[in-house]
Design a protein around this ligand. Sequence first.
Ligand code: COA
Length: 185
Amino acid sequence: MTEIFQTQRLIIREWIPEADAAQAFEIYGDSEVVRFLSGIPEESVENVRVRLQRVTERYTQLNNGSGLWAIVEKQTGEIVGTVLLKQLPNNEGKPTQDYEVGWHLKKAVWGKGYATEAGRGAIEYGFNLLKLPVIYAVVKLENHGSIRVTQRLGMIPMGRTHKYYGIELELFKLDTDQFFLSCQI
Ligand SMILES: CC(C)(COP(=O)(O)OP(=O)(O)OC[C@H]1O[C@@H](n2cnc3c(N)ncnc32)[C@H](O)[C@@H]1OP(=O)(O)O)[C@@H](O)C(=O)NCCC(=O)NCCS
């Protein structure tokens, strides 16, 4: 098991497709969780396992520090979501040089501040270890819960963009100086 980083209440680690598929299905089989993602809930644990396998292989191959990782609640040892730090895909699905932070939480843990805590950890990791100058987030226009997370993280709203994923999204941005300044206050 490869741990990526820890926060006060959470451990962020690589997915283990075989062992984690059932817990991941609890997240991605829920229509409310995927509402602003693909919109289509996963149908089976096996489908989720295959997805996790592909994801872990892709990031192992890339080997550039980016990833899509499991969030484990320290108190229970349970997987409660995903946090990601990866290159934004352009409208053809090709990776750009722009990195995004993102979060998907199991419904049972919404309202505990885990998305903000994991997102802040991923941003610190991106600035400190990957030496990224800027980190973005993209959010579907009606996803108010996620827009609130970007605000808690001190990200700057940049308006709408059509540059990524082939759809219209709200773009948020944070650069190193803004982030470390907001941490000191
Ligand atoms: C978007 C999503 C992550 C937001 O989850 P969330 O639980 O509202 O966000 P946070 O983890 O930041 O939690 C913040 C809430 O917890 C509360 N909270 C409780 N304890 C807290 C703590 N210790 N620290 C911070 N906030 C805390 C806050 O008051 C806040 O509640 P509020 O929204 O009523 O003000 C969640 O709805 C989700 O996973 N959705 C599905 C996937 C998705 O759409 N992802 C985003 C794609 S762009």
